[in-house]
Write a protein that binds this ligand. Structure first.
Ligand code: SF4
Length: 229
């Protein structure tokens, strides 16, 4: 899809920045800080971002715990682990053979580009680092943005099916908007602030689970009810 066609998936709003910041404030007032991502290290976040693909967080926690209990949650240690052993340990997260391969791809990339050091990539711009991450087989846009935002602390807005559902129900975007266009919907107007992006994504996920579920929208009690047309 062309960039122009993509933008047509976004409703023309006079002051989108104000609207989004007002929505954020309403969510933040109701939900408070989410303090994502729950992890002891940036590397744990990186691993969790792969494990959480197509599964719920409780399953990810079990897989992470398996690695932690064996003192394996370090880049070089995991790289030295045979892939089938890694797959067995992350089995609770589901799709464990695929995820073991993806994790290994990510670890090889991290070792190759930065000797597994987060600070070694400080010199790269957000766009450069994102482009690099997206070269890793198995790392898609949402996973890359999660790693950038929560592990690298870069201002990369994470969007997902929850974001699409809520903002479509508010008639602000089309349901079939492409990932990059939906990300631009936020990043084109909001201040590029890691804390804001961290909390905003967390609030969207929590809102979608609590009030704006796939089967029904509990608008009467939702903090975003005043933003409905
Ligand atoms: S539940 Fe209603 S008010 Fe809340 S986000 Fe969904 S559509 Fe908006």
């Amino acid at each position: 899809m062309s960039a122009a066609a993509g933008k047509r998936k976004v409703k023309n709003i006079m002051n989108r920045e104000k609207l989004l910041l007002d929505m954020f404030s309403a969510l933040h007032g109701e939900l408070g800080s989410s303090n994502w991502w729950p992890a002891d290290s940036a590397f744990e976040i990186m691993v969790g971002a792969v494990l959480t693909q197509n599964t719920n967080w409780k399953n990810v926690e079990k897989a992470i715990q398996n690695l932690k209990q064996r003192n394996l949650l370090a880049p070089q240690t995991l790289l030295d682990l045979p892939q089938d052993e890694l797959a067995a340990l992350i089995r609770p997260a589901g799709y464990y053979n695929v995820k073991a391969k993806r994790l290994r791809n990510l670890l090889l990339w991290f070792d190759d580009i930065a000797s597994c050091s987060f600070s070694a990539l400080d010199h790269m711009s957000l766009d450069e680092l994102r482009a690099q991450l997206l070269t890793v087989n198995g790392i898609g846009q949402e996973t890359a943005d999660s790693i950038l935002l929560y592990a690298f602390k870069r201002p990369s807005f994470v969007v997902d099916a929850y974001t699409r559902r809520i903002f479509n129900r508010h008639s602000l975007i089309e349901e079939d908007i492409m990932y990059e266009d939906l990300r631009d919907f936020f990043m084109d107007v909001l201040p590029h602030d890691v804390h804001l992006f961290n909390e905003f994504h967390a609030h969207i996920v929590r809102t979608a689970k609590k009030w704006c579920t796939k089967s029904k929208a509990l608008c009467e009690t939702c903090p975003l009810r005043s933003f409905l047309e």
